[in-house]
Design a protein around this ligand. Structure first.
Ligand code: NIG
Ligand code: FE
Length: 419
């Protein structure tokens, strides 16, 4: 039996309480439910009590000696951060393409010339399960050091049934063996592989008829995602792929309106996607339809930054009633980072979000974007004991002192995993 962990005297304990049943929207995104001189008792992997230090000191007066005590004086305590959109499992690296882009080549040009996603696909196909595991585990370790306790992970660099399954099996093993929880997404429709260049429809058929049923049968994914973009998958193909996923019990997600406006937001609303991600070029109509349909916007300002493009308009989406989450998009081409705290900084600086809104977006709304709002994303009794402690006195300072890893302690399932 592990000892209870008692975190005491947090300068701010940002609980994010109250949003477990549905995503947080509008002005509510700016409310963090903060307790000053906060205290939280973690036991058997779950949160047992949250309140002021005075309240907990009284409640646990006879058991205080049993606990491992963490003094959080002068520190900010938040739910473990959640990254709802990553391409965690992949092999290789693309720093050469970064250099090409710095010299003027565009992301899509590189991809259309056989680089980009195709280059990572070649590396991922060539890697063994063990090699993929080792490279991905290293990234996961780095995520943990940045305060992240749950990540979504997509396949999509295999693009054959066998190689897609290999990626998903690696994600499953990481979920089982690593402190971070992984929620898997099948993304066979990440690119049309080179061997189907002349006949993309045939590849769409393979995704629908072979890959989706097998992934669903093996229960290797919760979600099904598609890169709906001019030159990749059309809205019509994307719809077919997402509907096929729904038919097999995989919930829809979509990479929408990233490079060009392509009615991806509208499609997300029409198929009832759990989230639409990127949305740099989403139309006003699409944003309104997302708000109405309750599609969560997963915004990826690190990708816009790294592609030297204008960020999505997070401010407008929140003001129009869309629930916003944010994520690293961790991938080797458009956002090779694991720093969700830096992405939060960019949410403030490039998308007009407030320090409170980006914290909501990286915790409870991120949890909802991966259908986990009932068990993670806020510090409430009964939820998983996933907690991050930052060495800053308040949530404003976490954004103000930007680009610094302020993580002091990470607790996952009630166990201290970063100290
Ligand atoms: O979310 N846009 C498509 N997929 C990833 C990039 C993948 C890659 O370049 O390897 C994204 O940006
Ligand atoms: Fe992505």
């Amino acid at each position: 039996m592990t000892k209870p962990v008692w975190i005491r005297h947090a300068s701010q304990l940002a609980t994010l309480a109250g949003g477990s049943s549905s995503p947080v929207v509008g002005a509510q995104m700016n409310e963090l439910s903060i307790i000053e001189d906060g205290s939280i008792w973690l036991e058997d992997g779950v949160i047992r009590r949250v309140g002021t230090d005075e309240e907990l000191a009284f409640h646990y007066r006879d058991r205080a000696h049993e606990a491992q005590i963490i003094d959080a004086s002068g520190k900010l305590v938040t739910p473990g951060l959640i990254d709802p959109h990553t391409h965690l499992v992949h092999a290789g690296s693309r720093q050469n393409e970064f250099n090409m882009r710095l010299n003027g080549a565009t992301y899509m040009e590189i991809m259309n010339n056989g680089g980009g996603i195709h280059s990572t696909t070649a590396a991922t196909r060539a890697a063994t399960h063990e090699e993929l595991f080792a490279q991905s585990k290293h990234r996961l370790d780095q995520f943990l050091l940045h305060g992240v306790t749950t990540v979504e992970a997509k396949s999509g660099y295999g693009l054959t049934l066998e190689d897609e399954l290999k990626q998903l099996e690696v994600a499953k093993q990481l979920h089982e063996e690593h402190p971070i929880d992984i929620v898997s997404t099948f993304m066979g429709a990440h690119a049309v592989p080179r061997e189907y260049k002349e006949n993309p429809e045939a590849f769409v058929d393979v995704v629908i008829e072979e890959m989706i049923p097998e992934v669903a049968r093996r229960k290797l994914a919760v979600f099904n995602d598609v890169f709906c973009e001019r030159g990749v998958f059309t809205p019509e193909q994307s719809r077919r792929i997402l509907e096929a996923g729904v038919h097999h019990g995989l919930l829809p997600k979509i990479h929408a309106d990233e490079i060009e406006p392509y009615e991806g937001a509208e499609l997300a609303a029409s198929v009832g996607a759990v989230s639409a991600d990127h949305l740099l070029r989403a139309s006003d109509k699409g944003i309104e339809q997302m708000a109405e349909a309750g599609v969560i916007a997963v915004l990826l300002p690190g990708t816009a930054f790294f592609l030297m493009a204008e960020s999505a308009n997070g401010r407008k989406m929140i003001d129009r009633g869309v629930a916003v989450a944010i994520s690293t998009d961790c991938n080797p081409g458009s956002s090779p980072t694991v720093s969700l705290p830096l992405i939060m900084n960019l949410g403030c600086l490039k998308m007009g979000m407030t320090p409170a809104e980006v914290l909501t977006a990286a915790t409870i709304n991120a949890a909802h974007a991966i259908r986990s709002g009932h068990e993670v994303g806020s510090l409430e009794v009964g939820k998983k004991a996933d907690v991050t402690i930052f060495d800053v006195p308040d949530f404003m300072t976490l954004q103000y002192r930007y680009g610094i890893n302020h993580v002091n302690t990470v607790i996952k399932n009630g166990t201290i995993v970063v100290a």
